[in-house]
Write a protein that binds this ligand. Structure first.
Ligand code: UFG
Length: 329
């Protein structure tokens, strides 16, 4: 298939480009580098030994998107082009609604105009709000605590409503849990600008001495050791989930969790990282971070049944590959 990857230079997008190219698909990337760089595109081509077509374009720009669609015949679109920092979304709600919602509208309009029927959307477990884990796709969506989460809910609704008007439109709403790790070559990874918002990039920076100590947000949750529990998934497993979703995609809307189904606490992740990589990660338990849940992990039966996909890589591999990428990038 010939696939347009919007946001293909970003963390999850670039790993998915690798998986697409390695499975024989052709890839056209559109990215404006707002949180990524051209080096990533070079690395994707280097490590797959395949070329992709690249446009520096903002996918909220309808004219730019139209011009890309006029130059290619796509079999499908994967939409990763969103802002993703929860805290920043509270400070800059309009930037988040504009970028994350408008990009979905513009890409969907182009698909409709050009008869592209497959659309895969990067959603998030955040749409489950504070439902109890394991989170199943059948649960009602609950209010999220931030504009970022709302943009995911709204985008899911837009795509669902469009599918009601066209019985040939085939949409996968992929709800990601907590992606970590990097391609095992160490040539791709996640390089957040400024202070990391997420746990793994923070652990990595403490391990290399760039920061003194990891703040552990809350030690009094009703969990195995009092710290927050999440479903960490290796980014290459996540990338392969997109290939499975594309290949099995049929008309209609298909909501699927991409997670491992296993919960890991903050301290369990810290200990695993130290053991696997032979490094120390000093930490200090501090107050809870507002808006955080105690526990969040996926129900994974639907992904297995409908996509024939399960996450394969272990927590140790996630820790090893995050550290390897940090040292080689
Ligand atoms: N944590 C710390 N210290 C840190 C950073 C995080 O203790 O410096 C803890 C958090 O409190 C949480 C866990 O590590 O218990 C994971 O936190 P992350 O910020 O890495 O991930 P979240 O689960 O909070 O956020 C993720 C995605 C969001 C998504 C959210 C909702 O990054 O995009 O899940 O499910 F919105």
């Amino acid at each position: 298939m010939n696939i347009l990857v919007a946001g293909g230079a970003g963390y999850i997008g670039s790993h998915t480009c690798v998986a697409l190219l390695q499975s024989g698909h052709s890839v056209v990337v559109a990215d404006n580098f707002s949180n990524s760089s051209h080096e990533t595109i070079v690395a994707v081509q280097h490590l797959t030994g395949r070329k992709l077509t690249f446009y520096e374009a903002d996918v909220t720009d309808a004219a730019a998107v139209e011009s890309i669609f006029l130059q290619h015949r796509f079999d499908g679109v994967i939409h990763f082009a969103g802002f993703k920092a929860v805290g920043e979304s509270v400070e800059k709600p309009l930037a988040y609604y504009r970028n994350n919602v408008l990009s979905t509208v513009v890409l969907t309009e182009a698909c409709r105009r050009h008869g592209v029927s497959r659309f895969v959307f990067s959603s998030s477990a955040t749409v489950y709000g504070d439902n109890r884990s394991p989170l199943l796709e059948t649960l009602p969506l609950l209010p999220t605590t931030n504009p970022y989460g709302e943009t995911k809910v709204i985008s899911e609704r837009i795509l669902t409503d469009v599918a009601k008007t066209d019985s040939s439109f085939a949409v996968a709403l992929l709800r990601y849990f907590n992606p970590v790790g990097a391609h095992e070559s160490g040539l791709l990874g996640e390089k957040p600008k400024g202070t990391p918002n997420n746990l793994m990039p923070y652990i990595v920076q403490v391990a290399r001495g760039q920061r003194d100590c990891l703040p552990v947000f809350g030690g009094d949750y009703p969990t195995v050791d009092g710290t927050g529990v999440r479903d960490y998934i290796h980014v290459m497993d996540l990338a392969e989930g997109h290939i499975a979703a594309l290949s099995s995609l049929k008309a209609g809307v298909h909501v699927v969790n991409l997670g491992t189904g296993k919960g890991t606490s903050v301290l369990q992740l810290v200990k695993a990282f130290e053991a696997v990589n032979g490094v120390r990660v000093p930490y200090e338990v501090v107050g809870r971070r507002p808006g955080d849940l105690a526990e969040c992990y996926a129900g994974v039966g639907k992904a297995e049944r409908d996509l024939g996909w399960t996450a394969k890589r272990s927590l140790a591999e996630m820790c090893r590959d995050s550290w390897r990428a940090e040292r080689s990038l």
